[in-house]
Design a protein around this ligand. Structure first.
Ligand code: CP
Ligand code: NVA
Length: 309
């Protein structure tokens, strides 16, 4: 049994194995309908319990598809309908119940501590479906999308992030270390990544490159990622923060400083950080990026259930 909580804690070779499996499975599905099961239904009889403490469209649907296509099933819990959410039941007792009814647990939460506590008491795998400090399933799937579009290993590409130092960026930084790709980060000085994550990168003998000028950050980029300036857990002065990021909007003009065939990616939902013209351009592959979540999460589930080929 393996958990899937933060990319930085998962061996690089395991992450690569997941991507290899996802590529094979995606290829084999081209003639299958949405809910048709993969050959040999490897997770037949398995139940994935999903719990969302925050909104979700993509993660919810892609995990639904993922487990169904592997032959299993899922139920989605809303924490405010549980005793736990109302404060009347402990994480320990909730985790014991989840472990006896289900085979895997996917959690989206506002608290990293809660993920750790669940991990402590669960006897089934836990998958982090977004927490304040990371969004690992999104970013592993984004590595898959980049390699699918560019048809080469991500280690041969220049990746740029334009935006806030949030959960998605933390996972992208971890991915840059695990998959050895060059990562430029463009953000205002005040919003640079936390020392803790930069120290971890240094400790791995790797580097990320931070720029407070968006044009310098995107120079020579093969792929530009962006994300909302205001994340779901952001308790900041929203007006001020949006103003601080005014220069960091991904516009047609900014794209001109990147490589000619530069791809734009965004995990969605979007805000003001990207111009409509870029978002809807041919360079934008956001819909493929969203769909690939289901393909990669299937292989993440197989990894967690100890069934990766
Ligand atoms: N990208 C992503 O995680 O989307 P949702 O919040 O809709 O799940
Ligand atoms: N950084 C965003 C990602 C949403 C999928 C957030 O946490 O709200």
């Amino acid at each position: 049994m393996k958990h899937f909580i933060h990319l930085k804690d998962i061996p690089a070779k395991d992450l690569r194995r997941i991507l290899i499996d996802a590529k094979k499975r995606k290829k084999k599905r081209s003639k299958l309908g949405t809910l048709q099961t993969d050959n040999n239904a490897p997770l037949k009889g398995k139940l994935l319990i999903q719990m969302f403490e925050k909104p979700s469209l993509r993660t919810r649907l892609s995990f639904y598809l993922a487990i169904k296509q592997l032959g299993g099933g899922t139920i989605t819990l809303r924490s405010n309908e549980l005793h736990l959410g109302k404060g009347g039941e402990s994480i320990e007792d909730t985790a014991k119940i989840l472990s006896s009814y289900g085979d895997g647990f996917m959690l989206r939460t506002d608290s990293d501590k809660k993920v750790d506590n669940f991990k402590k008491y669960l006897s089934i795998p836990i998958i982090n479906g977004l927490s304040p400090s990371s969004h690992p399933t999104q970013v592993l799937s984004d590595v898959f999308t980049v390699e699918e579009i560019k048809k080469k290993p991500i280690s041969k590409l220049n990746i740029t992030w334009i935006g806030d130092s949030n959960n998605v960026l933390n996972s992208l930084i971890a991915a840059s270390v695990k998959f050895s790709f060059k990562l430029n980060i463009g953000c205002p000085k005040k919003y640079e990544p936390k020392k803790l994550i930069l120290d971890w990168v240094k400790h791995q003998n790797k580097k990320v490159y931070i720029f407070n000028d968006p044009k310098k950050a995107v120079a020579n980029a093969d792929v530009i990622f962006s994300d909302k300036v205001i994340s779901l857990n952001d308790k900041v002065n929203k007006k001020n923060k949006i103003k601080d990021f005014k220069k960091f909007k991904v516009s047609d003009n900014l794209m001109r400083y990147a490589k000619k065939n530069c791809t734009f990616l965004h995990c969605l939902p979007r805000g003001q950080e990207v111009d409509n013209i870029v978002f809807k351009s041919k360079k934008s592959k956001v819909w493929l990026q969203a769909l690939n979540r289901a393909h990669v999460q299937k292989s993440i589930l197989l990894y967690c259930f100890g069934k990766l080929r």
